[in-house]
Design a protein around this ligand. Structure first.
Ligand SMILES: Nc1ncnc2c1ncn2[C@@H]1O[C@H](COP(=O)(O)OP(=O)(O)OP(=O)(O)O)[C@@H](O)[C@H]1O
Ligand SMILES: [Mg+2]
Length: 373
């Protein structure tokens, strides 16, 4: 029977012995990622910056392989010539991906994304410079009004963190279903159901995909659906859910701009086996997505929201009409190497301004035209 891809607590302790060389990094709460490129080249990430772990090494390639074998074994899988890649989750929520030779040229390559318990509050997020108080307020309003939101960004740009943060602003009284490859999101909410996918076993059996779980979710009377990361055909079901009354649904997607995010969602949804024409799909997406939040990891290691944009349908050539409401202003490098700059309203009212006013939300029109600073 497939054991899923999550390692139990007992197994994690057994595996820890094999990972002793990186134990100090593992236990250092300021380290967020450990990258092993063969037995004696180890890097780590701290405060968004990658550094070499000097003097840290595994005894040999065999020792490193033994560690990866132990991780694989503890979740009932094998990593070998036929299947040289491994995805695993530790009991504490950390995520491990490994690739072994011959696919990996420098020796066994492993990346460990540590689960950061540190909950980032909206206050922290503002302090980190990831968002301005006004833009944060605007996002809260969007959550209150049940806007469908796509968080878009590159690898490690802070998509999951932002999605967790948005979840803290879901108004009370809804039934939320969260679907992820591996449960990462922090969702403290009264009524929430959580699903996690299961990888296929060695014979390719028993896989349960995001799409499978999304189909189940739709039969379980959700109000809002949250998909940790849209990276496949499930994009179609998510869009359909958003269009059929599941207001306030959200997901993240790997893309470099709000427009790219919509185009990527289209490509992913099109890749599904459903019989939907390209135009129908474009209409669906344009109707489903209200807002795209673009986030980036900048060269100084900071993660910031670069744009909050509204999706306003399609133009006559079937291009998505994307209207930024907030964009990052000019970024200037300070003396300490940090980039200084902030999100600014571009001078465009959201199309749902009337909803904001009808709900008597104290966020006047003038806010969208506020001057810099
Ligand atoms: N605004 C921020 N400021 C500083 N650090 C942040 C910020 N947002 C996220 N981080 C940190 O950046 C790292 C990556 O964040 P996160 O997992 O949310 O990114 P992601 O885009 O979901 O990554 P992936 O592509 O792997 O899914 C984490 O260690 C997180 O704590
Ligand atoms: Mg993520």
């Amino acid at each position: 029977m497939a054991a899923g891809n999550r390692i139990s607590q007992a197994h994690q302790e057994a595996v820890a012995g094999y990972l002793a060389p990186v134990q100090a990094l593992w236990e250092d709460p300021t380290v967020t990622e450990i990258m092993i490129n063969g037995p004696d080249e180890i890097f780590f990430e701290r405060k968004g910056k990658i550094e070499r772990a000097e003097g840290v090494a595994f005894g040999s390639e065999d020792d490193l392989r033994a560690a990866v074998n132990a991780i694989a074994g503890s979740i009932g899988r094998r990593i070998n010539n036929e299947e040289p890649r491994l995805d695993a989750r530790l009991a504490d929520g950390s995520r491990i991906h490994a690739v072994i030779p011959p696919c990996s040229l420098k020796g066994t390559t492993v990346a460990i994304r540590k689960f950061t318990q540190a909950k980032i509050s909206m206050k922290d997020y503002i302090k980190l410079g990831a968002i301005t108080p006004d833009a944060a307020n605007f996002l809260e309003i969007c959550m209150f009004l049940g806007k469908n939101i796509l968080v878009s960004g590159g690898t490690g740009s802070g998509k999951t963190t932002l999605l967790s943060l948005l979840c803290t602003r879901i108004p009370k009284g809804y039934r939320i279903i969260v679907i992820e490859d591996a449960a990462e999101l922090i969702v403290e909410y009264e009524h929430v159901v959580r699903f996690e996918t299961r990888m296929a076993d060695e014979q390719g059996r028993y896989e349960v995909s995001i799409r499978d779980l999304l189909k189940s979710a739709l039969r379980l009377r959700p109000d809002r659906i949250i998909v940790g990361e849209v990276r496949g055909a499930e994009g179609l079901e998510l869009v359909q859910a958003m269009n059929t009354g599941h207001k306030g649904s959200m997901g993240t997607i790997h893309a470099n701009s709000p427009n790219d995010a919509l185009v990527r969602l289209e490509a992913l949804a099109m890749g599904s086996d459903a019989k939907i024409s390209e135009k129908a799909l474009q209409y669906s997406i344009a109707g489903a997505i209200d807002l795209v939040i673009q986030i980036s990891r900048l060269s100084d290691g900071s993660r910031r929201i670069m744009s909050i944009a509204e999706c306003r349908g399609l133009d006559k050539d079937f291009n998505y009409v994307v209207a930024p409401i907030y964009n990052m202003g000019p970024l200037v490098r300070g003396g300490d190497g940090k980039l200084v700059g902030q999100l600014e309203p571009v001078g465009e009212l959201p199309s749902f301004m009337n909803e904001i006013e009808d709900n008597k939300i104290p966020f006047p029109r003038a806010k969208f035209f506020a001057k810099k600073g």
